[in-house]
Design a protein around this ligand. Structure first.
Ligand SMILES: [Fe+2]
Length: 144
């Protein structure tokens, strides 16, 4: 299911919002690629991009939180560390599955579970519960 960006995702900081939009687009790309799991290249591309963007985003968000004295930055960092472990594990698993010559129905089911988990459990949880606490702390929503 494609996730569309809407105002409830906004933390009122244009840079963080832009990065969250990019993460969302990348997850949607992964979901689209899963419609044709026999075509492995787009799947590898999107999981690798999602991994790289996520790590980069977490470090960038942590630096901005420090800059704006965001009071919940320790717990947000802890959330990032846990998410980093999860996405690393899922990426490794997806790579291992895609090394097989022929994907079995259970392999495709596992790929879909990983993708759904990343979209709903992971990104939505990150943005809608942990990151929304930044609203009001992170300066203006204008790009400097
Ligand atoms: Fe974030």
């Amino acid at each position: 299911m494609t996730i569309k960006w809407d105002a409830r995702f906004s933390v009122n900081n244009a840079i963080i919002d832009a990065e969250h939009k990019l993460l969302l687009t990348t997850i949607n790309g992964l979901e689209m690629a899963l419609r044709h799991p026999e075509d492995k290249e787009p799947l590898l591309f999107f999981i690798d991009q999602l991994y790289e963007y996520s790590i980069e985003h977490f470090r960038h968000e942590e630096a901005l939180q420090l800059q704006y004295f965001f009071p919940f930055r320790d717990e947000n960092k802890q959330g990032h560390d846990e998410l980093e472990i999860e996405i690393t594990r899922i990426r490794t698993d997806i790579h291992a599955i895609l090394k097989k010559d022929n994907l079995l129905p259970e392999d495709i089911a596992t790929l879909r579970e990983h993708s759904a988990f990343l979209a709903k459990g992971w990104l939505m949880k990150h943005i809608l519960t942990e990151d929304l606490k930044m609203k009001g702390f992170m300066g203006s929503d204008e790009v400097a």
